[in-house]
Design a protein around this ligand. Structure first.
Ligand code: FAD
Length: 383
């Protein structure tokens, strides 16, 4: 892929920030389980959030490929911090495409500056794969909707400043056609939130959000009533390709460290890099990650040129986390007993990246989407 001068400059800025500022404190931040808002604002000041957002909303007006370059670089230093730019890009795209202009004007520039973090509330306790079967109710009441119900497994649940909420406005059995999307500021009365004790990505504060008679103005609806799935969900193709690049970035960090270690560590009187049993698995990982990287940028380039990329994005989403998990596992083994220690970051990276084997849709659901794109509804009638 040939980069423009602007893309190379931004990639270099992100790379330096990630390796000098993020990487050294990656595990310390995760242990503290706090999203460092100063760091998020700093990323905003550096222009690393929402580079594809048009200049009138405070972004740089660049493209999806450039956003992907930044996602990969940030994830190299701290996979969990990279959830912020990726989530920001998805949420800004949803708001800019579907919100009333006043609402988008009020929130998107603050997102780009790193002043606010937005969460997406789709999953409910009864299940996430069958997302259209959601129950959280939005009842029309004059100039408002009234929301009641529970969303669960929400990234940034207890630390978000606003929520994009999918709710049922149609009849209980109306499926995807009865779902609408809303933007709800986190300080709206009637909202309660919790935080789970997770395997990884603790700084993201995954948890539940409860809506108890939450009144949302009609002009906070995103898109048309009943079009939450057909209009608003389209944004997910974007985040799926970016998620693939987060996984590429974090796996590349472990690979680089493992190759460097193999050059230094000696066994049987020579560097272990001389044993093909050590280098070949790493080389296979390097190849796999290079292939996933190209797939992700291909999906983003299709997006930039206005072409369909649903299948390609779903491929990124299942192959990215799976490949990264396998590759980081191999890197951990390369470090022998040191790899098993929490002093080294590989175990943390494994736990963090595993979350995205589930979050934003499991591999099984991604494969259903790809099959549907290939052969149509005959592959899956219920999705
Ligand atoms: C780290 C993380 C972050 C998340 N962040 C968010 C967020 O910000 N917002 C949000 O709304 N949700 C979020 N989620 C929830 C996530 O989207 C759901 O967990 C996911 O969609 C799966 O839903 P489920 O957990 O209810 O599993 P279920 O739907 O109950 O599925 C259970 C298992 O059955 C499999 N399965 C289900 N249906 C099929 C089928 N038809 N064919 C084959 N296999 C099938 C699944 O693959 C899975 O392995 C997050 C989850 C995680 C782990």
């Amino acid at each position: 892929m040939v980069l423009t001068d602007d893309q190379r400059a931004l990639q270099e800025t992100a790379r330096r920030f990630s390796r000098e500022r993020l990487l050294p404190l990656y595990q310390k931040r995760e242990k503290a389980a706090i999203l460092d808002r100063d760091l998020v604002r700093e990323m905003g000041r550096m222009g690393l959030l929402g580079v594809e957002v048009p200049e009138r909303f405070g972004g740089l007006g660049l493209d999806a490929v450039t956003t992907g370059l930044i996602a990969e670089e940030i994830a190299y230093g701290d996979f969990n911090i990279s959830l912020v730019p990726v989530g920001m890009s998805l949420n800004a795209a949803i708001l800019m495409r579907n919100a009333q202009p006043e609402l988008a004007d009020a929130w998107v520039p603050r997102m780009v500056r790193g002043e606010v973090v937005i969460a997406i509330c789709l999953t409910e306790p009864r299940g996430g794969s069958d997302a259209a079967n959601l129950q959280l109710r939005a009842r029309s009441d004059g100039a408002h909707y009234v929301l009641n119900g529970e969303k669960t497994s929400i990234t940034f649940a207890d630390r978000a400043d606003g929520y994009i909420v999918f709710a049922r406005t149609g009849a209980p059995d109306s499926g995807a056609h009865g779902v609408s999307a809303f933007f709800v500021p986190a300080d709206t009365p009637g909202i309660q939130r919790t935080c789970f004790d997770d395997v990884g990505s603790a700084i993201a504060g995954r948890g539940s959000v409860f809506f108890d008679d939450v009144r949302v103005p009609v002009d906070h609806r995103l898109g048309e009533e009943g079009k939450g799935f057909t209009q608003v969900m389209q944004g997910f193709d974007y985040s799926r390709a970016l998620i693939g690049l987060q996984c590429v970035g974090v796996a590349q960090a472990s690979l680089d460290e493992a190759f460097a270690y193999a050059k230094e560590r000696e066994a049987f009187g020579r560097p272990i890099a001389q044993f093909q049993g050590v280098t070949f698995p790493l080389v296979e990982g390097e190849s796999q990650i290079a292939a996933v990287r190209q797939l992700c940028f291909h999906a983003l380039a299709l997006r930039d040129s206005g072409q369909p990329h649903t299948a390609e994005a779903a491929m990124c989403k299942w192959m990215g986390p799976k490949s990264a998990f396998d590759v980081i596992h191999q890197c951990l083994l390369t470090f022998g007993h040191y790899g098993w220690s929490k002093d080294l970051p590989h175990q943390q990276r494994l736990r963090d990246v595993m979350g995205l084997e589930i979050g934003d849709g499991t591999a099984a659901v991604m494969k259903l989407i790809i099959a549907r794109e290939k052969v149509g509804r005959v592959a899956v009638q219920y999705l």
